[in-house]
Design a protein around this ligand. Structure first.
Ligand code: 3H9
Length: 723
């Protein structure tokens, strides 16, 4: 796992652990052996550590952390001490990335050089830990305290030029990294090593440490609300200036152990792998990412120049994929094109794009007012409003207009893909591509297959998602798919809580303290109360009944119409300056609780004869989350989602479920399925008119086991296969 190569008077240690050169046990062993062998060889005058393949090193092997106590010797710190104590100079030659433990290896070396395109960073905080192989103690000795605190607590990666500027690198190379390392080594042979050993030098700005810490702490508490690891990162960097090197390093070890065993890190590590597992899709027929090739997509059409259509077009052109944007009304089309240009201007302003890149994007965007213009494109995404008949008409027309190989995608958020596909003669090429608003910002893409969607079509839209930078999850068609179907239960319970004693701000506050980026009522104000109203009206119309603010039940199901009263008052949310909250036009980001809304809710309750009482925070969490969890188990049971990780990824990226709580499925696994099941049964008895409380069969089966069944085995209980 570490190749040992003698090249003239140099020993080259090449880490060879594909795909990302993680520092697994054998790599650590190989590094120690390599350094010892090189030091014992009189012919060797210097040692170079390099990575094979596309990257220097991605850091510790995260998979080993699940059994932290069993991590085998040599641990990374003792590898590092062997490197630092080498009597011959050790140079790390970085290309690609040096991350986490990979950067720590470099900091144990006496010199560090990197390719221009290399990036370095300490992403440990993103998995809820800190750089625990002396990274927090060594970095400040090179970069100073303030920079080290920011880099370690944020987990951000920096480019080679910046790393050089902050003293982390000794040289930025433009040529072949190995050749440059060899030249560099020759120049440093014979130079004294003590001043190059970071454990022997002091933190220069140590006297400022308390002031620097206080500023950084205030920023971190605001930016990473609720997260423990960023604060521990700062404390550990502070120790580097307040304690001896050895004492600070020992304290760092204590802090990383505490973090690693904590709930947040376990959840964040789970989230790291869950996100990667989402792209490994599989259909019940056995087709999968491993055996199905996607079709080539070189041109696309987007239908509808409204908010969703424009946002989707931005995603495509940003990835260099040409788009024909179709909108019947020329004025609407012009407005859509302006919206797209405006979004890209925003990116230029934020320096995420150069003006030249924006111009290139606009060059591959064309507008059209007729579907005929889509005759030759490879893929079309329809993004008109949520109306089955309208979508079916468009798909029937597309089927006639487009070449036979064109894939037809619907950006529906709820509707049955099979019903849309049956309007065409190519149901195998029809698929749902559910973007979340705003499409150019939200990273989630929920791809939805119908009963006739072909594996090639699935492979193509999954690959398209990857190309446009989305976290892409595959699900089976049903009303609302995974995201909206499970989230609806969460939203419904939040509305019922309003009828039983809460105000919007009470519920938002509890759920934000739990970790959601925004409570459901702030989200509703952002997305528009009118949008929810329209969807409820559509559903009611389709079911043939009239929904009014007086409606309490439909088909034996409890319904809450408080939001509809706000709609009727013209309170649509941020767009009208008033919704569940009121907004100062000069500060639309700050929702202010509104006594008028409290009056609307109290009137509603009085009119309906609903008794109000104080509801404890624990009940708010249970009602919203366990209702969703129960539905998530149904979704798994019906194989709408293939694995629990897919559901959690959808909640993290679609509904801002905190990564450090893992997602509803992971959360349920940590609470314990027995407890979740008991509470679901309790609420089912208390609220018999909400079918989302009918306990899922799968949840019942799993909860009936005397020992907790690990998440990785839940799937095996679907359809009773394990009972
Ligand atoms: C650490 O270093 C702690 C120390 O400070 C102290 C210790 C005492 N371990 O992302 P990709 C897998 S903590 C194990 O798709 P990319 C990944 O799961 C570590 N596995 O590729 C995937 O597997 P699969 C700090 C890892 O090119 C495959 O590699 N470091 C690790 O888009 C390809 O990954 C980090 O947190 C790992 N460290 O991106 C870095 N890294 O094929 C985390 C990756 O089975 N890694 N895998 O799905 C990354 O940020 C990205 O993976 C990287 C490559 C940028 C490296």
């Amino acid at each position: 796992m570490v190749d040992y190569i003698i090249d003239q008077n140099l020993a080259i240690l090449a880490v060879n652990n594909p795909p990302v050169n993680a520092l697994s046990h054998h790599v650590r062993e190989g590094l120690v052996e390599g350094i010892k062998k090189a030091n014992a060889n009189d012919q060797v005058t210097a040692i170079v550590i390099i990575g094979k393949g596309k990257i220097f090193c991605s850091g510790a092997d995260i998979r080993e952390f699940s059994n932290h106590a069993a991590i085998k010797d040599p641990v990374l710190t003792s590898v590092g001490h062997t490197i630092e104590n080498s009597g011959k100079p050790v140079i790390s030659a970085i290309h690609g990335n040096a991350l986490g433990g990979g950067l720590e290896v470099a900091l144990f070396c006496h010199y560090r050089i990197a390719s221009e395109s290399a990036r370095v960073g300490f992403p440990e905080v993103l998995i809820g830990i800190l750089p625990g192989a002396e990274g927090t103690v060594r970095l400040p000795r090179l970069s100073g305290l303030s920079f080290a605190m920011d880099m370690i607590a944020s987990g951000k990666q920096i480019n080679a030029k910046d790393a050089f500027k902050h003293g982390i690198l000794d040289k930025v190379c433009t040529g072949n990294i190995l050749e440059e390392a060899k030249d560099f080594a020759k120049k440093v042979i014979g130079q004294p090593l003590d001043s190059r050993r970071l454990s022997r030098i002091n933190v220069e700005d140590a006297s400022n440490v308390d002031a620097v810490f206080e500023v950084a702490l205030a920023q971190v508490k605001k930016k990473y609300k609720g997260q423990i690891a960023p604060i521990y990162c700062l404390k550990s960097v502070r120790n580097s200036a307040k304690m001896s090197f050895d004492k600070a390093a020992a304290e760092e070890r204590r802090l990383i152990t505490e973090l690693m065993l904590g709930y947040q890190s376990i959840a964040l590590r789970y989230s790291f792998f869950a996100e990667r597992s989402a792209s490994k899709w599989r259909l019940p027929c056995g087709a999968s990412v491993n055996n199905t090739k996607p079709s080539k997509i070189e041109s696309t059409g987007v239908i509808g120049a409204g908010t969703m259509g424009s946002g989707i077009a931005v995603c495509l052109i940003r990835a260099g994929i040409p788009v024909i944007l179709v909108e019947k009304d020329p004025k609407m089309l012009e407005k859509g094109m302006e919206t797209i240009s405006g979004i890209l201007d925003g990116s230029v302003k934020l320096k995420r794009m150069t003006p030249g890149q924006k111009a290139k994007c606009m060059e591959i965007l064309k507008g059209a007012t007729s579907l005929d213009k889509l005759s030759n494109v490879d893929l079309v995404i329809e993004a008109v409003y949520e109306n089955l008949e309208l979508k079916r008409q468009i798909f029937a027309q597309l089927d006639k207009v487009c070449k036979p190989s064109t894939l037809l995608c619907s950006n529906t958020s709820t509707l049955d893909i099979d019903k849309i596909a049956s309007a065409t003669n190519r149901p195998d090429k029809v698929v749902g591509t559910h973007f979340f608003a705003p499409a150019f910002i939200m990273r989630l893409l929920e791809n939805v297959y119908g009963s006739k969607t072909s594996p090639t079509t699935v492979a193509t839209v999954m690959e398209l998602g990857r190309r446009i930078g989305k976290v892409t999850v595959l699900v089976k068609t049903c009303y609302g798919f995974v995201g909206n179907r499970t989230h609806q239960c969460f939203g419904a319970e939040a509305s019922f809580l309003l009828e039983e004693g809460c105000l919007p701000q009470d519920i938002d506050q509890v759920l934000e303290e739990f970790g959601m980026a925004m409570g459901p009522f702030k989200v509703s104000d952002l997305s528009g109360i009118d949008v929810g109203w329209r969807i409820r009206q559509e559903v009611a119309k389709a079911a043939g009944f009239k929904l009014t603010t007086e409606t309490r039940y439909h088909n034996g199901e409890r319904i809450s119409t408080v939001g509809d009263s706000l709609f009727e008052m013209g309170r649509y949310g941020i767009k009208t300056g008033k919704g569940w909250y009121k907004y100062d036009p000069t500060n639309l980001r700050k929702p202010v609780p509104d006594s008028d809304v409290a009056d609307v809710i109290l009137d509603h309750c009085a009119k309906m004869g609903l008794q109000r009482c104080k509801i404890p925070p624990q009940e708010i969490i249970e009602r919203c989350l366990f209702a969703a969890v129960n539905e998530c188990f149904r979704v798994l049971e019906e194989r709408v989602a293939e694995k629990p990780e897919d559901i959690d990824v959808i909640w993290q990226y679609g509904f801002s479920f905190p990564r450090y709580a893992g997602g509803p499925m992971f959360y349920a696994s940590q609470v314990g399925l027995k407890r979740v099941y008991e509470r679901v049964c309790f609420y089912h008895e208390k609220f018999p008119y909400s079918s989302h409380w009918i306990p899922s069969d799968l949840l019942r089966k799993l909860a009936s086991h005397s020992v907790e069944i690990p998440m990785s085995q839940w799937k095996e209980f679907v359809n009773g296969s394990k009972l």
